[in-house]
Design a protein around this ligand. Structure first.
Ligand SMILES: [Zn+2]
Length: 301
């Protein structure tokens, strides 16, 4: 227990002063404690340093002598060329302008559009992940078949040796990215920063793959004749006739001349023609009948 003495005296103005003066022996105790702590810290530091140096020395010995470790290095060299560099996760951070936008955010639409826009990137990423996955299985099989070192005679050292070897093994083992995922972080901060809202959603490799397949199927469908014929709506038909001045672009006759106006694909759908304005024209039924599916590259029929 730290003791002290209460002393009173009269100062030069004649005022009574009461002071608490610690015993000298207390100061010595405090100094001693500080010194002991400092010395202990130094000892701990030196001990840790020695431990590190010794561990490093053993490690170097194992690296030098372990056939198992060296075999791993050889295998690693081969496989590091086979594995592709790949980011495991693609993150999109989206800040919303208002709470409504935040609440009504259409994840699926966002996902669809992102995959559509970055299709090439995701196809490549999935291929890389698959490549890594396939080679990784071979890699694991190969390193598991490395035989353990049997030459160490000293039993005590053997257990330490094996321990260090295993540690090095785990540290050096390659771990390629074998799957990808996509994450979208949605956030909204209210004016003046009073409220923060956050949510996120994730798509794994399987989801991405399915979306890519869907996009491909959709693209293939849009190439079909059936789809091209469906695109020919009454509105589009009217627009084409209006553009052509409601007369046949070949003979110039109008409905008043007793012909029926029709909208014709210049390059027929049956020959891969698209339902787009550039490929459409107004013809009268007689000119159209004469044309049939004959298609002239110069559009003269
Ligand atoms: Zn005509």
């Amino acid at each position: 227990m730290v003791g002290s003495t209460i002393q009173s005296r009269i100062d030069e103005n004649g005022k009574l002063i009461i002071e608490k003066i610690p015993h000298e022996s207390n100061l010595i105790i405090i100094h001693t404690i500080i010194w002991v702590i400092v010395v202990l810290l130094i000892i701990v530091f030196i001990a840790l340093l020695l431990r590190y140096i010794i561990a490093k020395k053993y490690e170097n010995e194992v690296i030098k002598h372990s056939k198992r470790y060296n075999k791993l290095q050889e295998i690693n060299k081969i496989y590091s060329n086979k594995f592709c560099d790949l980011a495991p996760e693609n993150i999109y951070n989206k800040k919303m302008n208002n709470k409504n936008q935040f609440d009504l955010f259409n994840y699926d639409k966002f996902f669809m559009n992102t995959i559509k826009q970055e299709k090439e990137f995701y196809v490549k990423a999935l291929n890389k992940a698959n490549n890594n996955k396939n080679f990784f299985q071979d890699y694991i099989n190969e390193i598991n078949s490395i035989a353990p070192d049997t030459e160490i005679e000293n039993k005590r050292f053997k257990s330490l040796y094996t321990k260090i070897e295993n540690k090095l093994f785990d540290k050096e083992k390659l771990s390629p990215v074998t799957s990808i995922k996509m994450t979208c972080n949605l956030s909204y901060t209210s004016p003046k920063g009073r409220n923060h809202y956050k949510k996120d959603f994730h798509y794994d490799a399987d989801d991405i793959n399915k979306k890519l397949e869907y996009i491909d199927e959709y693209n293939n469908y849009t190439e079909t004749k059936e789809y091209q014929r469906k695109l020919m709506t009454p509105t589009l038909r009217y627009e084409i006739m209006q553009r052509d001045g409601f007369k046949c672009v070949l003979c110039g006759r109008t409905a008043e001349d007793g012909v029926k106006l029709q909208v014709d694909h210049i390059k027929p759908v049956s020959k891969g023609g698209k339902t787009i304005k550039e490929n459409l024209r107004t013809l009268c039924n007689e000119c159209n009948l004469g044309k049939r599916d004959k298609y002239d590259e110069n559009g003269l029929n």
